[in-house]
Design a protein around this ligand. Structure first.
Ligand SMILES: C/C(=C\Cc1cc(O)c2ccccc2c1O)CCC[C@H](C)CCC[C@H](C)CCCC(C)C
Ligand SMILES: C[S@@+](CC[C@H](N)C(=O)[O-])C[C@H]1O[C@@H](n2cnc3c(N)ncnc32)[C@H](O)[C@@H]1O
Length: 282
């Protein structure tokens, strides 16, 4: 198993892929990618909110040591059910070639690995090296033979190093909301997805219900952030609330998918409306 940086320059994208049999963590010397940095600083009542991919990259590097444990604790393990639902909606099959975009520590990539089996291939793709190192070490420590079908590649979701129509299915778990240019991300997803195949995009739900929104915000303010502050990560988890506020509703996500060129798009509210999953077919 290998961790690979994807040097990319416009028009001449290439990436290296190691043999899937390798189990050691191989870190190719990274080429600094030209991260787009949409730098808008503005003061809110409680914090400075910064929208910049470089700073989001740093945020996910910082939280990587505790990310998995806090997800389990703060969702009482429910996030694992939501991720299984997201993978199920891809309709990925044995032997297929699938992408977990914004894979982080690999939760969904590992689920996809079991779905496509030893003859399939899973690409876990993320721009956080520290998240990918957690994913690769989890793979290394696991005894599941199918996990040999996963390769981890470092790169920007807005400029992926994969040829057109590469993948039979794509998952994006809690990634789209964190991307600074969502239309561009959807165009990239459309480009690398095979015709007739599905992308399954799991994230927090920007609910139309004031009641659901108040529950979501209360939980973040009064449980999530205080727990995160014990790890010195209050600012990082405070970002959750503003990012959900600035996200798209289910209807808006369906509209974005159809405008991108997807033939069908449907957003499902799950977790009592706290979470949502968009399923779009190319
Ligand atoms: C897996 C989950 C969130 C992943 C995640 C996504 C982000 O964009 C982040 C940004 C910054 C820091 C952390 C994250 C991040 O962890 C969802 C579950 C974990 C949540 C942290 C907890 C959410 C609590 C719900 C609002 C209420 C749950 C009620 C009930 C226990 C199900
Ligand atoms: C909340 S984590 C989700 C991780 C995993 N999918 C899960 O469900 O737990 C969001 C991930 O998106 C990645 N990410 C954010 N912006 C990105 C970008 N422009 N390109 C690649 N990865 C990005 C972050 O590094 C982080 O690992």
């Amino acid at each position: 198993m290998a961790l690979i940086s994807s040097p990319s320059s416009n028009g001449h994208q290439r990436y290296l892929s190691f043999s899937r049999r390798e189990r050691e963590i191989a870190l190719i010397s990274p080429v600094s990618l030209p991260w787009s940095c949409v730098h808008q600083r503005y003061l809110s009542s409680s914090s400075i909110r910064i929208r910049c991919s470089n700073e989001r990259q740093a945020l996910f590097n910082r939280i990587s040591p505790v990310y998995d444990n806090l997800n389990d604790l703060l969702s009482l393990g429910q996030h694992r059910i939501w991720k299984r639902m997201a993978v199920s909606w891809t309709e990925a099959k044995k032997g297929e070639n699938v992408l977990d975009l914004c894979c982080g520590s690999g939760d969904i990539a590992f689920l996809l690995s079991q779905k496509v089996g030893v003859h399939g291939k899973v690409t876990g793709y993320d721009f956080s090296k520290d998240q990918l190192l957690v994913a690769a070490s989890r793979q290394h420590l696991s005894l599941k033979a199918c996990y040999n079908n996963i390769v981890w590649i470092e790169g920007d979701a807005l400029d992926m190093p994969f040829p057109d129509t590469s993948f039979d299915a794509i998952t994006v778990g809690y990634g789209l909301r964190n991307l600074v240019d969502r239309p561009k991300a959807m165009k990239e997803i459309f480009r690398v997805l095979k015709p007739g195949s599905k992308v399954s995009i799991l994230d927090f739900n920007k609910s139309a219900s004031p009641f659901t929104t108040s529950i979501q915000e209360w939980a973040i303010d009064n449980v999530v952030v205080p727990v995160a502050s014990n790890y010195g990560l209050a600012k990082e988890y405070k970002y959750l609330k503003s990012s959900i506020h600035e996200f798209l509703t289910g209807r808006e996500l369906e509209k974005l998918a159809l405008e991108t060129g997807f033939s069908h798009a449907k957003h499902y509210e799950i977790g009592g409306g706290l979470m949502g999953n968009l399923v779009a077919t190319r």
